[in-house]
Design a protein around this ligand. Sequence first.
Ligand SMILES: Cc1cc2nc3c(=O)[nH]c(=O)nc-3n(C[C@H](O)[C@H](O)[C@H](O)COP(=O)(O)OP(=O)(O)OC[C@H]3O[C@@H](n4cnc5c(N)ncnc54)[C@H](O)[C@@H]3O)c2cc1C
Length: 467
Amino acid sequence: MTHDTTLSRLTEVDLRPLEQRLRGPLLRPGMPAYDSARLLMNRAVTRRPAAIAQVADTQDVVELVRFARNHGLPLGVRSGGHSPAGYGMVDDALIVDLSGMKRITIDPTSRLARVEAGVTSGEFAAVAQPHGLAISTGDTSSVGFGGLVTGGGIGFMVRRYGLAIDNLVAVKVVTASGKLVTASELEHPDLFWAIRGGGGNFGIVTEFTLRLAEVRQIIGGGLVLPANREVIRGYLDYVVDAPDDLTTLAKLMHAPPTPYIPEARFGELVLWILVTWTGSKAEGRRALAPLRALAEPVADAIGLIPYPAMFNYTAHQAIPICHFIRHTFAHQVGDAVIDAALDAVDHASSPFNMVEFRGLGGAMARVAAEATAFAHREKRYLVSGLALWMDETEDATPHRSWIDALWSAIRAEGAGAYVNFLEDEGQERIREAYPSATLARLTEVKRTYDPYNMFRFNQNIIPAVRG
Ligand SMILES: Cc1cc2nc3c(=O)[nH]c(=O)nc-3n(C[C@H](O)[C@H](O)[C@H](O)COP(=O)(O)OP(=O)(O)OC[C@H]3O[C@@H](n4cnc5c(N)ncnc54)[C@H](O)[C@@H]3O)c2cc1C
């Protein structure tokens, strides 16, 4: 065993003994499946790992961690492949790819679900729906549970049911020592606390146990309004004080060619509000009225739908694309930010660029900040700028300039970062993701479970130095 921080080169290590122990394939450069396996959601990132292990089960993960530890090898972790930074693949590293681990077990009586890390939001919603059950994960069907849940999970019903981690009961996790442990409020509670928001720093989660909510039909869909300062201000003021049953996510963008937007309005600057109402039908109509009254809608495609149908409204996001993102939590969104967002999208580097406003609060804010490593509980908004383009051979410079200019205009109003939306933005931004007391506690847990920082290709928590 070595704890050497100068790691061995994988090319110098004989991987055959490892390969013989694995049930899933170990892909190396030159093998037919290697190039498709290393593709990520963010096509602006290209990486060439030394080997990608497509694990079949938890035992494969144990074998990989032990092998990497014994040989001092760099180890990356991939589940759904949606990290904006592209952390799911690492140059010259051994990758633990959990995307094939897709078992879902639901007990409708206890409303508990066991979900393997490679399951995506859309896959889970489709399996839970026939039981009349659901969990609030993210807004895009293809995002993986592995990264989403360890980072927090801000979903379509966050104001009603909290973050995904607020419904987490236990995890099975392979720690840096190669041990499989269960973490919950009763077992390894420090690890359980850290995994709820600390990202991939503390081990590889192979299975999540989550408590589901009873969700059958919702009132949901898209309300498309013409975008101007008054409409955005009206939206922002209303959605954070609306009933908890209403969760929204608004995208300031150019109207895309979708079937429910009139063709004549394609390309117009719009505020596209994704709406999820989990209460009664009559109250839903009342709760939505203030949004509908903000302006004559370009399109109103809100109706009674099964929860998984919400993902149809974001199907265009579930395909690989090149992107840059900058984001911030905020207590308030001032007119200067609204004006900067309007100007930026109006002069975008690509027709797909957008600024997203999420209204938070509700159940998410009722959990104590110190209860989980995700601590930005009281923040009312999450604001994100996204530069999006299709062709990975295109020069990214204009998109980088666009996002940088937008960021310099909005960041002053910011109040904290979300690990799941961070690119590789350095330690300063990781410190924004965690209040100082949270970060201090995280570094202690890191020292206990990963003292040599094996899991470091992420929004990295540096282990505390032994006192
Ligand atoms: C189009 C799009 C939409 C999104 N929408 C939302 C949203 O609505 N709400 C939201 O909260 N987030 C959202 N996200 C962000 C998303 O939650 C993060 O990118 C998350 O990390 C993705 O998880 P993944 O498993 O798909 O990613 P991967 O790239 O596979 O993993 C990212 C990192 O997470 C860690 N990780 C992954 N799997 C495991 C595991 N099994 N155990 C331990 N650590 C692990 C590792 O550090 C890994 O490098 C979105 C991202 C995209 C690209």
